[in-house]
Every structure is written in structure tokens, then in C-alpha cells.
Ligand binder design. Structure first.
Ligand SMILES: Nc1ncnc2c1ncn2[C@@H]1O[C@H](COP(=O)(O)OP(=O)(O)OP(=O)(O)O)[C@@H](O)[C@H]1O
Ligand SMILES: [Mg+2]
Length: 181
């Protein structure tokens, strides 16, 4: 590989565009992609379906499972794109301990726009009533995290613009443009 194994964690509250942007990144880069939601135990899914916010004790085993997946991919030589709300710095710290370089891309937006984007999506287990609690929990990326290469992006922009900015900011090669080095 011509660049170190990298994990891009597309983070933010519900409706911020994580799945949309992660899918575009994964397609462009040809990297393995996963949704953090896939790693939840059934007990967590049941709580969220009922509008009950998860407690941290529900989250640690879930985040550890995700970290294990990232490390497994890195050991196989694969970079990844992951969607994960990663609202607190402590959650991000646990994910950062995966093998490889872990960078967070925070999709930031205002509450009104977020609820608009959450509406009308069928079969989604996150009810819009959980948005206020997610926004209250959200700990923005710290100066240290930003200095280490993580990004905060404004979701009023189009997915195409966001994708272009991410690839440029992270100096990532795309599948179609092999690195000259
Ligand atoms: N930058 C954008 N501009 C306009 N619409 C967007 C943008 N990003 C995502 N959307 C739309 O907003 C909605 C929510 O996006 P998406 O499902 O990707 O969010 P999410 O963060 O994965 O949500 P969840 O946490 O609930 O899984 C979708 O209908 C998607 O098409
Ligand atoms: Mg999603």
C-alpha cells in the first residue's frame, strides 16, 4: 500500500449524513465500509426502538466490537470507512485505539436541518425524538483531535462538495487516481 492503513470514522448525530458520506467515501476509495449500528447487541436496538437513550454501560461493549473490527481490517491490510455517532470524546478515544490511523469526520448541522433530514426515512430504528438528547451529548472535536487531522464539516453543503473537501483535506488518493509516488 502507498499510504498507511487509515480508518475514517464519519461521525455526528442522527440525520447528519454519515451513511451518505461514508458510502461515497468507500466507493471513491475502494475501502471497506461498515455502519456502527451493525455492531449493536439486540438489547441496544430494542432500547433505541422504544426511544430510550443508551447509557454508557450499553456503549462500551459495542464500541469495543467496532474497534476490534477496525483492528482486524488493519491487520488484513485494509483501510476502512465507518459510520459512528461517536458523540463523546471518550467513545472516540476507544475507537482511536484500533490498529492503524484513526481520523474522525464530524458532520455538523443545526437541529432544524437535522430533523428535516431525518423525516421520511422508512424502517429506521432511530426515532426523531432522540435528536435533542444526542445534540446535548455531543462533544465537538477538540483542538487536539483537529490538529491530529480530524475534520469538522458543515452539512449545509452537498454530499459531492463534502466528499471533495474530505479527499483534499486528508490528501487521500482515490481509486481512480493512483498516487504518483
Ligand atoms: N449533505 C447533504 N445534503 C443534503 N442531503 C443530505 C446530505 N447528507 C445526507 N443527506 C440526506 O439526509 C438524510 C440523512 O442522511 P443519512 O441517512 O446519511 O444520515 P445519517 O447520519 O446516516 O443518519 P442516522 O444516524 O440516522 O443513520 C438522507 O435522506 C440523505 O439523503
Ligand atoms: Mg445512517
Amino acid at each position: 500500500m502507498q499510504y498507511p492503513t487509515t480508518h475514517l470514522v464519519v461521525m455526528g448525530v442522527a440525520g447528519s449524513g454519515k451513511s451518505t458520506i461514508a458510502a461515497a467515501l468507500s466507493k471513491q476509495l475502494g475501502w471497506a465500509c461498515a455502519e456502527a449500528d451493525e455492531f449493536h447487541p439486540q438489547s441496544n436496538i430494542d432500547k433505541m426502538s422504544q426511544g430510550i437513550p443508551l447509557q454508557d454501560e450499553d456503549r462500551w461493549p459495542w464500541l469495543q466490537q467496532i474497534q476490534n473490527w477496525m483492528t482486524g481490517q488493519a491487520q488484513a491490510g485494509h483501510s476502512t470507512v465507518l459510520t459512528c455517532s461517536a458523540l463523546k470524546q471518550s467513545y472516540r478515544k476507544l475507537l482511536s485505539e484500533a490498529e492503524g490511523r484513526v481520523l474522525f469526520i464530524h458532520l455538523h448541522g443545526e437541529a432544524d436541518l437535522l430533523s428535516q433530514r431525518m423525516q421520511g426515512r422508512e424502517g429506521h430504528f432511530m426515532p426523531p425524538t432522540l435528536l435533542p438528547s444526542q445534540l446535548a451529548t455531543l462533544e465537538p472535536l477538540t483542538a487536539e483531535e483537529l490538529e491530529a487531522g480530524s475534520l469538522r464539516l458543515d452539512i449545509t453543503r452537498s454530499p459531492e462538495e463534502l466528499l471533495t473537501e474530505i479527499l483534499a483535506a486528508l490528501k487521500l488518493p482515490s481509486k481512480q487516481e493512483p498516487s504518483a509516488q
